[in-house]
Each structure stands twice: as C-alpha cells, then as structure tokens.
Design a protein around this ligand. Structure first.
Ligand code: NAP
Length: 508
C-alpha cells in the first residue's frame, strides 16, 4: 500500500494523520474524502483493518448490539447473517468499506505509532512509527479505541506458569485446546462468549468468576432471505428497521441515567433467565449478582449458563491466590492443574493510551494531563493538545446503544471544526481549559446520579471511582451537542505560541 502524501526522503507531510483503522479511523477517512481532503494517512499496528474487530477473534466473538444498528448509517449492509453480527462478518464489512471508499492507498498496516509530538515551533504533529517511518501532520486523530489495551491481571505467579497463556484479545489460534485442561479467568462480555464456544472441545474448563455479571437472553436469530431481499430492494425498509432498533435501545438510557430504580425489572428478567437455564440450585446461587443490573455492562447470552452446567465445566467462585507453574490456586488452597490459561480480564479502559505516545504543547504527555482521570471536551478535544481529535474518547462510551452512532456524531464535529478553521483562516485550535473543566464538572454531577455510581466496581470507573468512560444520558443529546462546532470555546494558536494550558482560558 502506498499513499499520496508528499514524500521527502525521510518524512511524509500530510493534512491529517489517523491512528487506528477501526470504525472511528475509517469513518474519519471516509468523511475527509467526502470533504475533498485526500491528503491523509491511517496507521494501524495490526495486520488487517478492523481495530477491535480485528484483534478480538476469539471463538464465539460477536457483537452484542444489533448489526443493523452497529454499522455506519450511510453504509447499510442488507446481508447481515444474524441480528448480532459475528466477528468475521463485521471485519468483512469494514474491509468492504475500505474498498468501496478507496481507502487502501491511505492505510499503513503493521505500523504502530511510537510517538506523536506536537511541535510548538511550527504547530505541526510529528509522528514516528515503530518501523522508523515519520510523518508530519496538521491534524492528529487518535482513533485507537477505548478498549484496545488488554488488561493483564496482577495475580502473583502469573509469569511462572509453564503452560499456554493468552488474552482473549490476542487469541492463539495455533494452540489446539482440544482435550486440554483450561482455566478461563474472568466472566465479562468476552468470557461469556468464548466459554460456551470452547466448552465442548476441552477436557476440563475451570471458569474463575470474581463478580457474576447480569445476563439476559440474547434475542438473536438468522436474518431470513426474504428480509435480506426486502432490505436490498427497498432500502427504506432497512432504514426503518434501524430506526426502530435505535429507539428501542435508546429507551434503556431511561433506566441507567434517569430512573435507576427500574433496574429491578432487569434483575427480575436476569433471575428468570438463570432459573430457566440452570437446574442446579447451588450453581444458580453462585451466578446471581449482588449489585443493581446495569451498574456493570448487562450481557446477552443464551449459551453461557448452559455451558456452566456441563460435566466438564467448573465454576470457581473463590478468589485466585496465585498461579503456579502448572495451575491456579484459590484462597481456600485448592489447586486446579491446567494446560492453558485464557485471560478474559478485559481492557485498560481508563488508561487507553500508553505513556509517551501522545505529547502535546510544551512536552505535556497526555497520560500526565489525565493523571487525575480522563477528561476532554465532548470527549474529543483535550486542552494542551491543539489540533488533536480523540475518538471514542473520555465519557463517550455507552452502556445502552451503538457506539457507531456516537462515532458518527464525533466525526461530524471534527469535520465541522476543520471546515470552520478553513473558513476562518485558523491554523491551530485548542480547547479552552475553563470550558473543558466546566463541561466535565457538569458531566460528573450527572454521572453521580446514574446506575453506574451505585456501588459496583466496573471498567467504567477509574481507580478513584470516577466514571471517565460513559456518556451520562441519551445519545440523541450527544448528537445535538456535536452538530455545530463553536470556535469561541477554543483558543487560536499560531506557530511558536508558547501559552500554557492554564493560559489558554485567559488568551480566549
Ligand atoms: P470485562 O467486562 O472488563 O471483564 C473482565 C472480567 O475479568 C471480569 O469478570 C473481571 O472481574 C475479571 N477479572 C479482571 N481481573 C481479574 C483478576 N485479577 N482476577 C479475577 N478476575 C478478574 O472485559 P471483557 O469481557 O473483555 O469486556 C470488556 C468490554 O468490551 C465489554 O464490556 C464490552 O463493552 C466490550 N465487549 C463487547 C463485546 C461484544 O460486543 N460482544 C464482546 C466483548 C467485549 P470483576 O467483574 O470482578 O472485575
């Protein structure tokens, strides 16, 4: 793959550099092209496009939001095989978008960004990839996703284990699990998908549960040939279907953000699902959560509970004390010898970027900027980081609807910003610190009243218990707030401007 960026011997100049070829990165690229901006490059660390849908290839991986909604609004796919698309078809959909919108020549795969540094001297982002290539860009889009850095648990002895060990987001497909004794650590969204998918193949499967999730039946089914034909011949029918799905999911925000007490209804459904799926009363008791439904992500599965009832599957509810060379030991001293350990332990959602990767004005590392917790204006602009757009950034995640909807709203805002800058002849913009701070104060006040603040521990909250990941209301509100870019909330910078983030407000 090549690009059409201007090349000098060792540095490529581009208008926009996008980090990540997932849903956010590809969407930005499509919208840049639509705006007549062809001078951009997408760098991605993986071997294929897809972002999280490339990385997560574990058995059973599928989306838990209906695919007719979990796809771009402008690129409907009438051929989804099921209500909930499988990983491979979502990845294929993204490949289709790359081909259809002519993005191939802009994409560099296996090209992991080592560092992106904003240069005060010329107001440009200087980006170095691990393969030695270098770029200079006016805009930087961090489309790395909120769930792209696997979390490895801090369990004593983990490195001592002599068998096979891998994370669900880096599945080792070369390792044959058939007939093996396997430990699966974690019972989150990933684990409840891969546990049933591997249970029949392995000899023994020990599922280590620290906190049981609330699980509801998954309303999945194959999309019929007739429906596909209708969607293809009369695209309006698919639009209507998407709209119905959107509002159905959107209504769930009522429970999470307005009337948390209604979560009892969900708990009732969850308990009924357990009763119907698990005959053994002791096992039933072990999987009933003791926190309000919705506090952690509500999961959908019809095959996870039945998998736990298999003769070769053992739910372990004692805490893990240590891992030895050949097994896992719990706090009661019991040890299960295993050949392989699969970590379904989630992602560093509150630390989405590694230290040293994005350096803003005056050498400020974004991880230092976020030391007290992630924050951004509308989840997109961060003070101290001019012309940086973060996608799927702080407080833009959802517990109730499709994140693709949020991404489309974010990218609309980004494009409006770029257009406004062009119209006003502005070279670089930075969000005012006071505007950003006030925006986040309001968000946190609202988040304190939601179901996510009801006392459970989840990846939504950082180590200080602050919710830095979720949007606190209806997505339609976020949509309306991102319709129009307001330049008055930003400070215009010229090359060589050395204002500190604190000065930005005064400068405005
Ligand atoms: P997760 O929901 O964060 O689950 C991690 C699991 O690992 C939890 O059960 C957690 O227990 C457990 N765990 C973590 N550290 C542990 C330790 N030291 N000892 C024992 N257990 C430990 O991660 P995930 O399942 O990968 O899902 C993350 C998010 O990705 C989801 O919420 C969802 O947004 C997204 N996702 C979506 C899909 C989909 O669309 N189908 C699929 C997968 C993931 P605790 O609960 O006690 O912390």
């Amino acid at each position: 793959m090549t690009n059409n960026a201007a090349m000098t011997p060792d540095i490529s100049e581009v208008h926009t550099l996008i980090i990540g070829a997932g849903f956010g990165g590809l969407l930005t690229a499509i919208k840049l092209k639509e705006a007549g901006i062809d001078d951009f490059v997408i760098l991605d660390k993986d071997e294929g496009v897809g972002g999280t849908w490339w990385a997560n290839s574990y058995p059973g991986c599928a989306c838990d939001v209906q695919s007719h909604l979990y796809s771009y609004s402008f690129e409907p796919n009438p051929d989804w095989s099921h209500m909930f698309g499988r990983q491979s078809e979502i990845r294929d959909y993204m490949r289709h978008c790359v081909a259809k919108y002519g993005l191939e020549q802009h994409i560099r795969l296996r090209c992991e960004v080592r560092r992106a540094r904003y240069r005060d001297s010329d107001g440009r982002w200087q980006v170095e990839a691990k393969d030695g290539t270098r770029y200079r860009s006016r805009f930087l889009v961090a489309a790395t996703g909120g769930l792209s850095r696997p979390a490895h648990p801090d369990i004593p002895g983990l490195e001592e284990f002599k068998g096979e060990i891998f994370h669900s987001a880096a599945w080792n497909h070369d390792y044959d699990l058939k007939g093996k004794r396997v430990a699966a650590i974690g019972t989150g969204a990933s684990a409840i998908q891969f546990v049933p998918a591997i249970a029949a193949d392995v000899d023994q499967l020990f599922v280590y549960q620290r906190t049981p999730p609330w699980i509801l039946p998954r309303p999945d089914r194959a999309i019929t040939g007739f429906e596909k034909k209708m969607f293809r011949r009369f695209p309006i029918t698919q639009k209507i279907y998407r709209t119905i799905l959107y509002w159905r999911l959107e209504s769930r925000a009522l429970v999470f953000t307005v009337f948390p007490g209604l979560s009892r209804m969900i708990e009732w459904l969850g308990r009924r699902h357990i009763r119907k799926s698990i005959p053994d009363p002791h096992l039933r008791m072990q999987v009933v959560p003791d926190y309000p439904a919705g506090c952690k992500r509500i999961l959908l599965s019809d095959d996870y509970y039945p998998a736990l009832t298999r003769d070769n599957v053992y739910l372990v509810t004692r805490r893990i004390r240590e891992i030895t060379a050949d097994g896992v030991v719990t706090t009661d001293g019991a040890k299960h010898e295993v050949d392989a350990i699969i970590l379904g332990t989630g992602f560093q959602a509150t630390k989405p970027l590694p230290e040293g990767m994005i350096i803003g004005r005056q050498g400020l590392d974004i991880t230092q900027r976020w030391q007290e917790g992630l924050e951004a204006y509308k989840g997109i602009s961060v003070s101290g980081f001019p012309n940086l757009f973060v996608l799927a950034g702080p407080n833009t995640g959802l517990g109730h609807n499709s994140v693709i909807f949020m991404l489309e709203a974010e990218v609309h805002y980004v494009m409006d910003c770029i257009k406004t800058m062009q119209e006003n002849g502005v070279d670089a913009l930075e969000i005012r610190r006071d505007v950003e701070a006030e925006y986040n104060r309001r968000l946190q006040r609202r988040l304190a009243r939601t179901i996510w603040a009801s006392g459970c521990r989840s990846w939504y909250l950082d180590e200080n218990g602050k919710n830095t990941t979720l949007w606190p209301g209806f997505t339609v509100e976020y949509w309306s707030r991102t319709r129009k870019f307001d330049i008055r909330n930003y400070v215009s910078l010229t090359a060589g401007n050395q204002a500190t983030p604190g000065d930005a407000a005064e400068a405005a």
